[in-house]
Design a protein around this ligand. Structure first.
Ligand code: NAD
Length: 357
């Protein structure tokens, strides 16, 4: 099993280093996993004049899975668009055909007070949003600006999904639900949009192949409301690109800190790019203050989804739960008065918990 490691910029190298220490522990126990690092984003630009250097892309293609830190930073903000760090990430996603974005929103009971919602509403929250990433109104043609019949300027975009596109993302949703709480909620706007009517028909038809998963449907406006009213009713949500963009950001806030949330972007064969949902946090870079747990939890997802080692993923997640239960807190998840530890000390705590498990 080979993991490509792309630390990126800002806090990326610091948080990825802690995830690599977790890999070291597993390797020490005999797990056959190798890692190889390459520059990406601003670091790619510095090393090779390209945010996605050819050698980095070749490594990503050859690996079984990719772990990334984050890219970007003020130093690169004035570069021409094609040289910007985020362009490297977009190209990588496109090249690897990563069409399914999985974002868990988990609120560990110990962090319930860090959420903006009442603890009883969110404590123990554990949901996954599966968002389609390469289609929908964000990519649909035609799009643009024109004059309408009245001579007014207007903008227009095109929403569309084909049956194969809906089927492949729905399968990811059903598979994720099958491995978890066996409930899948498909979110659409079938009361208004033709695209959504086809979406709902297609997901419903596919459900016959997953008899162990209970499928429900919800309109996106209701889903936005239910996520803050009673988020624990959900297990896995599957939805299109635009609805998923909005709902996954909403759900991430339920879980308190951005420093806790992992993500996966998968292709049709479960190969994936795993990264924390946060950015490169230039304000914290080099200060040993960033929370490495989102990156370590991304590594847990990597083992579960791309390397078919759910047992290893479970162990890593259990180690994270344990350090939180022990009271270890980086600045972003500490309540006033709680003792704050640094990035490396949080890594130490996870490594110790993993060794004990
Ligand atoms: P950000 O996510 O980097 O930071 C937002 C806030 O969250 C900051 O206050 C930061 O200190 C805090 N934060 C982020 N990660 C944290 C962690 N692990 N522990 C503790 N606190 C954390 O977003 P931003 O400031 O808008 O963007 C900074 C740079 O990151 C920009 O260049 C942006 O383009 C880039 N970015 C990259 C990605 C990615 O690589 N996928 C995603 C978003 C933003």
């Amino acid at each position: 099993m080979k993991i490509a490691i792309l630390p990126g910029d800002g806090i990326g190298p610091e948080i990825v280093a802690q995830a690599l220490r977790v890999v070291e522990v597993l390797r020490g126990e005999g797990l056959a996993v190798t890692t190889e690092s390459a520059p990406m984003g601003g670091a790619g630009h510095d090393a090779a004049g390209d945010p996605l250097p050819e050698a980095t892309l070749a490594l990503a293609r050859s690996a079984d899975a990719i772990l990334m830190g984050a890219v970007g930073g003020p130093k690169y903000d004035t570069l021409p668009r094609e040289k910007r760090p985020e362009q490297g990430l977009l190209r990588l996603r496109k090249d690897l055909a990563l069409f399914a974005n999985l974002r868990p929103a988990i609120l560990y009971p110990e962090l319930a007070a860090a959420s903006t919602l009442k603890p009883e509403v969110v404590a123990g929250l554990d949901i996954v949003i599966v968002r389609e990433l390469t289609g929908d109104i964000y990519f649909g043609q035609p799009r643009g600006r024109r004059k309408n019949a009245a001579g007014d300027d207007e903008g227009f975009d095109t929403m569309h999904y084909s049956v194969p596109e809906i089927e492949r993302i729905a399968r990811v949703g059903f598979e994720a639900a099958r491995k978890r709480g066996k409930k899948l909620c498909s979110v659409d706007k079938a009361n208004v949009l033709d695209t959504s009517i086809l979406w709902r028909e297609t997901v419903t038809r596919l459900a016959a192949q997953y008899p162990e998963v209970a499928l429900s449907h919800m309109y996106v406006d209701n889903a936005a409301m239910q996520l803050v009213r009673n988020p624990k009713q959900f297990d896995v949500i599957v939805t299109g690109n635009m609805f998923g963009d909005i709902l996954s950001d909403e759900a991430s806030m339920l879980a308190g800190s951005i420093g806790m949330l992992p993500s996966a972007s998968l292709d049709a064969r479960q190969k994936g790019l795993y990264e924390p949902i946060h950015g490169s946090a230039p304000d914290l870079a080099g200060r040993d203050q960033a929370n490495p747990l989102a990156t370590i939890l991304s590594l847990a997802m990597l083992f579960r989804y791309s390397l078919a080692r759910a047992d290893v993923g479970d162990r890593i997640e259990a180690a994270v739960r344990k350090v939180l239960a022990q009271g270890h807190r980086t600045g972003d998840i500490a309540l006033p008065g709680e003792q704050v530890i640094g990035t490396r000390a949080m890594g130490d705590a996870v490594v110790a918990a993993l060794r004990d498990s």
